[in-house]
Design a protein around this ligand. Structure first.
Ligand SMILES: Nc1ncnc2c1ncn2[C@@H]1O[C@H](COP(=O)(O)OP(=O)(O)OP(=O)(O)O)[C@@H](O)[C@H]1O
Ligand SMILES: [Mg+2]
Length: 254
């Protein structure tokens, strides 16, 4: 397995609290489930990998490149995209405008280029729109027809789809998803899982997936890492980690 992402002793302190504590792990081209009780450091780990937080110790390598000290936009350009635990869509923009924001870091045009070369700008915009609509179509073809509607008219499940689609338009090698099914009912959750399986087949993008629903993890994750109090307490297939006494104790309490 070629290593895509590797962390070595990755650590972050918030005052006296060690939210991520010497985490060393590797992943290849796969879907990695990241689980653990509330407050165990899952979101903080994604925040470190995506450059939102700067680690207090350790190292992060992505495709052989040291990205530990890169800024968020540099990490994005290197090929890591993400969604957030809470909705980050712009409610007063249309579906298409929200999608186009996902390509912002890839855009070549600056304001002076737009003025000097309108033709190039329009060609680029046209290409971007067609990429956005293609990726939306992986999820729900109805969203293509609703492209000019404002986000606040779109149901929650489709907003989730748009958030994931927006992260995907830049064609990342690694997609970080923070609880993409939170707040959805069982049927909607199953639909998102199907969408993600389809996306994985089409794009082969690797995914780190934070999820509380063990049913979801067992269907979609090739491998699982379990965090507790910032440390990895188990790693392996879903079957392997579910047999671990330490994992049971972390979830159920001693
Ligand atoms: N910016 C911050 N400042 C201070 N403490 C923080 C900060 N971000 C996270 N923490 C703390 O770090 C710990 C891990 O938080 P994190 O959000 O990573 O947990 P989580 O595993 O994602 O939990 P949940 O399942 O509830 O989303 C928590 O104790 C949290 O309060
Ligand atoms: Mg979290």
């Amino acid at each position: 397995m070629d290593t895509l992402l590797h962390t070595k002793n990755l650590t972050i302190h918030f005052g006296g609290l060690i939210a991520v504590d010497s985490v060393s792990c590797s992943m290849g081209n796969e879907v990695l489930g990241l689980i653990g009780p509330n407050g165990s450091g899952k979101t903080t780990f994604l925040n470190l990998v995506s450059g939102i937080y700067s680690s207090t110790g350790g190292k992060i390598e992505f495709q052989g490149q040291d990205i530990t000290r890169l800024k968020t936009h540099e990490i994005r350009s290197a090929g890591i995209a993400r969604t957030f635990q809470t909705n980050r869509l712009c409610e007063k923009l249309t579906v298409l405008d929200n999608m186009l924001l996902g390509l912002y870091s890839k855009q070549n045009t600056s304001w002076w280029k737009v003025i000097l070369s309108q033709k190039t700008h329009y060609r680029e915009l046209k290409e971007n729109i067609s990429t956005c609509l293609e990726v939306l179509g992986y999820f729900n073809k109805n969203l293509i027809d609703r492209k000019y509607e404002l986000i606040d008219t779109i149901p929650l499940i489709d907003r989730r789809r748009i958030e994931i689609a927006r992260a995907l338009v830049s064609n990342p090698s690694l997609l970080l998803l923070d609880e993409p099914t939170a707040g959805l009912n069982q049927e909607e959750t199953a639909n998102i899982v199907d969408d993600l399986k389809r996306v994985r087949e089409k794009t082969h993008t690797s995914i780190i997936f934070i999820e509380h629903d063990m049913g979801v993890i067992s269907t979609i994750a090739d491998r699982v890492i379990v965090l507790n109090a910032g440390k990895i307490i188990a790693e392996g297939s879903f079957e392997e980690i579910s047999k671990s006494e330490e994992v049971r104790t972390a979830y159920l309490g001693s």
